[in-house]
Design a protein around this ligand. Sequence first.
Ligand SMILES: Cc1cc2nc3c(=O)[nH]c(=O)nc-3n(C[C@H](O)[C@H](O)[C@H](O)COP(=O)(O)OP(=O)(O)OC[C@H]3O[C@@H](n4cnc5c(N)ncnc54)[C@H](O)[C@@H]3O)c2cc1C
Length: 451
Amino acid sequence: MRLPDGRPVKEAEHLSGWGGVPSSPAKLIRPEKVRDLLPPPEPFIARGLGRSYGDAALNQEGFVLLMERMDRFIAFDAEKGIIQAESGLALDDLLRVIVPRGWFVPVTPGTAFCSLGGCFASDVHGKNHHHEGSFASHVLAISLQLPNGEVQVLTQEDPLFWATAGGMGLTGVILDVTLMLKRIETSFVKVRHHPAQGLQELIHLVDDESRDDAYSVAWIDLLSQGEKMGRGVLMTGHHASTAELPLRKEAALVNPTVKARKFPFVMPSGLLNPTLLRWFNAAYYTRQRNRGEFITDFRTYFYPLDAIREWNKAYGKRGFVQYQFVVPSESGREAIGQIVRQINDAGSASFLAVLKRMGAGSGGPLSFPIPGYTLALDIPFRDGTPELLGELDAIVADAGGRVYLAKDSFLTAERFRQMYPQLATFQTLKSQVDPDGKMTSDLARRLEIVS
Ligand SMILES: Cc1cc2nc3c(=O)[nH]c(=O)nc-3n(C[C@H](O)[C@H](O)[C@H](O)COP(=O)(O)OP(=O)(O)OC[C@H]3O[C@@H](n4cnc5c(N)ncnc54)[C@H](O)[C@@H]3O)c2cc1C
């Protein structure tokens, strides 16, 4: 199929996010250059590298623009650490260029296989949110193509900049991003592990400023029971200085090549059952709790899952949901305890569950972070999962928290409005730049962000 202007369109029967659920049919356009980005004849949404888990980058009622080939570097000031690149550039490719020159991304999610545009549109956070805020706070400017084709250069002074940060692609197509980088002396991270034997102790460790470092994340064993329920390991770290490195100085800024293995096949759904996972978690806890302090390369610390390509196949054809929420500190401990118990009782958790602290939000009306605790966990999809998620959503909303749109697939419009009170501010700005509702997605319709 071709558009009237000759651009090829590929039709996909099932397009999904990283979790594999939900999926929808899609008409795909893969622009190579800005001139290929003329708005298509029907409503559309941009898609980066498809690492959002749910339906944010799906659009069954129109087109999906695959931005992956718009991945060129535009400018790099290696003295000041300012980089401008097209929005389809993967963090992975950016790191290959900047790390050997002594720079790092100021905020990174747990995978390097996401695009600059996707990071801005989700206003992603990292293990340093409580110190450094989210991705958009470090972006100096973006070029945004509005749904009518006009291109605007936006800075942090512009309300539309902030509506786009966390705006899940609904204000326009981000063409390029100008990012302020962070200086590093070495490409290694000095890590310290602090074990906790139960959930309350783990939350206490997460709060303990004397143990805090530039980065901080706690892995939780959501399948252990009784007194051990919620036991885990707090993993803190900072970019190692040359002095901290027990290696030759010349090796201090290498970009480590981690040999990625591919997950060989789609596992039969149900093979990752609670018994197997309980055993796996226990083994992981035992191994991690005694590691103390050590130095590791940045890829192993920040992107452990990237070492296995297509690891999402481990959940089988039915896929999985990544559930991530943030709850304010005061009401949060209670809510986290309730959710951990509920998941434990349902036997629904998997290996991947992490708890982090969050600092102040960036100001984007749909940006996810608020001060408090955020918990992210994988839930294998099965019958009853949507109902379980509905119950968890209620606990989160009652605690004054919210669910992360980049991971979500099942939130209802009503709960969403409760969780994101600045929705009206977003909708006002959206209607100014997109009066005809040309930018939309499955997520936007489900949550009634667009009518
Ligand atoms: C293993 C793993 C770990 C993760 N860890 C974290 C984490 O620690 N913190 C965190 O915040 N997130 C995390 N994520 C989520 C991920 O960082 C975000 O979903 C991110 O948006 C993915 O980028 P992407 O390029 O794949 O975007 P996609 O998934 O393709 O799209 C995500 C959103 O961005 C929009 N978008 C993409 N490109 C553009 C563009 N050029 N213009 C306009 N809109 C655009 C899409 O419309 C969509 O709404 C993780 C994901 C995985 C798979």
